[in-house]
Design a protein around this ligand. Structure first.
Ligand SMILES: [Zn+2]
Length: 227
C-alpha cells in the first residue's frame, strides 16, 4: 500500500487510455469522489461538510453498504450528488474471474437501482451516470472491456488522499491532495470507518483551500468524458 503514489504516474494513464483519469475542463473545477460507503455517521458528516461549501461530489458505493444503510444512501441522492458503482462486495479484480466480477457489479447495480426507486424521478436521473470504480483500482483488461461494453464509464483517479492507510497520518492525507490536485483532477477520499480520522481532518481543509483559490467542486457526469 505504501508504494501507491498520491499522484498518478503519467505512464499508467497512457497504458489505460480508455479509463478516465481526469477531466478536460476550461473551468477551475475539482472532482471529489468518495469510495466504500454509505457508512453510518461518516457519510452524513461528509454530506454536511460538502453542503457548507456548496460542493457536489460522486459517491462510489458498494452494494453491500447500500443494502445495509438505505437511508444514508437516500441522503446522498437527496443532496443531488452522483452515485457510482463500486461492486457489491469489494473484490480484487485481478484475483476474480471476469464472470464473477461482472456478477458482483450487477448485484450492486440492482441494489442501487432498487433503492433509487424511492427517490423522485429527477433525483434518480441526476444520481446515476453509469460510473464504475474498481476496488483497489484493480480491473483486468477483459473485465474493463466488458464493463465498457455494458455502458460503464470506468473512473480511476488523478489524486489519492491515501486516507485509508494506517501508514498515512492526517497531515499527510491533506498534503497529498493540496500538493497534487489541480483543475480537472479526480480526487479519491473514502467515507469509511478506516479512513474517517484522516478524511475528516483533510476534507474540510481541502474544501477551504481550493474554494479560496476560486475552485468549484462538481460531480462527474458522462458528458464530460471524451469517449
Ligand atoms: Zn474501495
Amino acid at each position: 500500500m505504501e508504494l501507491i503514489p498520491a499522484k498518478l504516474p503519467l505512464l499508467v494513464k497512457w497504458l489505460f487510455p480508455k479509463y478516465i483519469w481526469n477531466i478536460q475542463t476550461e473551468e477551475k473545477v475539482i472532482y471529489l469522489t468518495f469510495d466504500d460507503g454509505p457508512t453510518p455517521e461518516i457519510t452524513q458528516w461528509t454530506l454536511d461538510i460538502l453542503e457548507q461549501f456548496k460542493a457536489k461530489a460522486t459517491f462510489f458505493c458498494t452494494g453491500d453498504n447500500v443494502q445495509k444503510h438505505p437511508e444514508i444512501f437516500q441522503g446522498i441522492v437527496e443532496k443531488e450528488h452522483v452515485i457510482g458503482n463500486h461492486t457489491y462486495s469489494h473484490p480484487h479484480g485481478w484475483k476474480t474471474s471476469t464472470e464473477t466480477y461482472l456478477e458482483n457489479v450487477k448485484q450492486a447495480q440492482d441494489i442501487i437501482n432498487f433503492q433509487l426507486q424511492n427517490a423522485t424521478l429527477s433525483k434518480q436521473q441526476s444520481a446515476v451516470n453509469n460510473l464504475f470504480r474498481p476496488p483497489y483500482g484493480q480491473v483486468t483488461k477483459k473485465q474493463g472491456r466488458k464493463l465498457i461494453g455494458l455502458g460503464y464509464n470506468i473512473i480511476m483517479w488523478t489524486v489519492l488522499a491515501i486516507d485509508w492507510s494506517e501508514k498515512t497520518n492526517k497531515e499527510q492525507s491533506l498534503k497529498n491532495v493540496i500538493k497534487n490536485a489541480k483543475q480537472g483532477s479526480i480526487v479519491v477520499f473514502h467515507d469509511s470507518e478506516k479512513a474517517s480520522e484522516n478524511m475528516q481532518y483533510a476534507l474540510p481543509k481541502v474544501l477551504e483551500y481550493f474554494s479560496e483559490k476560486g475552485y468549484q467542486f462538481k460531480s462527474l457526469t458522462p458528458t464530460m468524458f471524451r469517449i
